[in-house]
Design a binder for this molecule. Sequence first.
Ligand code: GLC
Length: 450
Amino acid sequence: MENTLPTDDQVIQACKEILANNKKHDYTVPAGGLYPHQWLWDSCFIAIGLAHYDIEGAMQEIRSLLRGQWSNGMLPNMIFADGDIHRRDRNIWQSWRNAHAPDHVATSGITQPPMLAEAIVRIGQKLKKVEQRSWYQDMYPALLAYHEWLYRERDPHNEGLVLLIHPWESGLDNSPPWIDQLHMHSKPLWVTIVEKFKLDTLAVLFRRDTKHVPPGQRVSNIDALLYFTIIQRLKRKNWDIEKILSRSHFTFQDLTFNCILIRANQHLETIAKTIGHRIPEDLLSHMKKSEEALESLWDGFYKQYYSRTFITHKLVKEPSIATLMPLYAGCIDKERADELVKLLKNPKYFSTEYPVPSVPINSTWYKELGYWQGPTWINTNWLIIDGLQRYGFRDESRDLSKKTVALVSEHGPAEYFSAKSGKPGGAHQFSWSASLTIDLIQQLNKDTEG
Ligand code: GLC
């Protein structure tokens, strides 16, 4: 029998069904079983797709995220589901140790890339003028508080770059720059011993992910232990940033996170302008500084941007998908953007059969299905596509959109895919892959009509 690919309408329909199945109460989980809670940037990506056909659902997705906001403005990367079976997850974090944590929901004590402003604006674009204003008015205080928190707590030296305290905050958990640095600066002696005597297999007992997905596709046991030790350390400080920073805690000025923040600031300005609010001067000056500070992450020799450690300001010269994120930030000049597009088109680097690999294929870190160390992810493709469009790389963005949609048409909205063969990995019905595919198909169709 001939194996024909589904039509765009069929793909959209399948994606909608997956999103409906993953909806729990008033939010959508990333994938049933493997990810039973609400995640910050997942819900933002989900709302972007929902906005095309269920605007109320998209608004509800974002409103439900704000349940978790701390009184200091922090938005946690996870809001835990209720119920006895999730007690262990809630207890690992004990957000209630911090006076700013909300009373009625248990959350993590760390954040995730600030995609909120983008999601608010994408929803806003689907609304009539009056409704848009009231939506923005509704969302503005929480969004403003979040951006103020990011600079107040995470940019203590007023450098324009915010720092992260756990790799999960980057959203790219085991990306090479993080893992490289954690092994160098944040490895307790007991983990070294566990590694040496190969006792790490015991960690499997405590891991949920490897019960759902082959271990070879996830972070290593040693890396999982490192994540866990960081949580324990942060929890002992009651998630209080002053106490955390007063110890020699490993902190990182992450490239992806800061690029997303820069774009989010631009959206915040749009929202404020629409509703006639003046962004406080202090925040405005931080926002301006961020755009300038991105340049300090550029390396003239390798002609690319990198993350750097907060304490030493040393660039961590391990390329990864973050390398392309300044395109999404949108504040770099055209010359720099050209350099990044060269890397995107280089077959030794990012140009694979099923782009864009989360680590260049010529890197020693590259692993075909190694979570954030090789596979193609739909959300990072979406961010790159959006950046390419704004820089006027029309052919490149269309090409990448089509290839991204083709991956999902062929294999369904998996969590990630091999960049070489397209083989799907991780969760097979992954919410943001579904929702962003809906968005990409709509954009491609609109483009063709236009
Ligand atoms: C993993 C991903 C992270 C995502 C979460 C839920 O931790 O690395 O980016 O938000 O799963 O999907």
